[in-house]
Structure formats: C-alpha cells, structure tokens
Ligand binder design. Sequence first.
Ligand code: TYD
Length: 134
Amino acid sequence: MEIVIKKFNERKNETGALTFLEDERDIPFSIKRIYYIYDVAAGERRGFHAHKTLHQYLICISGSCKVLLDNAKEKIDMQLYDPSEGLYVGPGVWHEMYDFSNDCVLLVLASDYYNESDYIRNYNDFIEYMKGAH
Ligand code: TYD
C-alpha cells in the first residue's frame, strides 16, 4: 500500500512555529469539510470504517495518535505527532485511530460534505467491496 505523508509549509523561528496549507495547492483536492477529534479517553479506538469516494488528510495538530490503514490486502500502522505533516487516507482504506495521547487533537480535511452513504462501517462488507480491487 502506498503511504502518502505530506510535509506542509512550516515557518519556525525562535518565537514558535506556524504551518499553513492552501486548498488545491498543498492539498490535492478541494476541502469541503473540516472536523477534529479530541478528548478521546485512554485506550479508545475510533474510526472503524472505509469510504467509497472520500479523500482525507489527517493532521495531528496536538499530541499524538496512531492510525491503522488497511486496504484489504495489507495493514500498516502509522504514528502521527508532527503538526506539519498530513497522512492521506483515500477511498477504499479501512482506518482505525488509537493510542490517542490525552492532549491529542486530530484534524481532518475532507473532500466532501458528511454523507453516511459513503461509509462502509462493517469490516466484512469492506472485504467484499474490495474484492477485485487488487
Ligand atoms: P464517526 O464517524 O462515528 O466518528 P469516528 O470515525 O471518529 O469514530 O462520527 C461520530 C458522529 O458524528 C456520528 O454520529 C456521525 C457524526 N458526524 C457528522 O455528523 N459529521 C461529520 O463530518 C463527521 C465526521 C461525523
């Protein structure tokens, strides 16, 4: 599975750091929605779904967390802790987020509005959906 981690523009000096990203320039899609996950209790896992069409970038803007990516052929665990880096999660990738630090804020940039019919929330359905994809 190809893992895409994008390093965003970062301006650092003795006073601190600033990261910026621009729609369709630093992010290869138009951002229609932003959401963020925070205050996750220790030991909890979230996600447990794949999308049919949605493109997303996950940016851990505070603390750290891990992300399991599964394309029905391979599983890869990634750790996110750098606020200037984004992990791409495209269509057809089952993902679970876990090991959230208590200060973790996971920012997500999404290519479309929230649409429950774009979700595959059952793992067996996901495996079935991905048959023939590899
Ligand atoms: P859910 O997808 O279960 O979160 P996670 O993947 O982190 O476990 O979403 C939690 C709830 O929030 C669920 O009722 C759907 C709702 N929701 C929206 O209404 N809009 C959104 O953009 C998102 C991401 C979730």
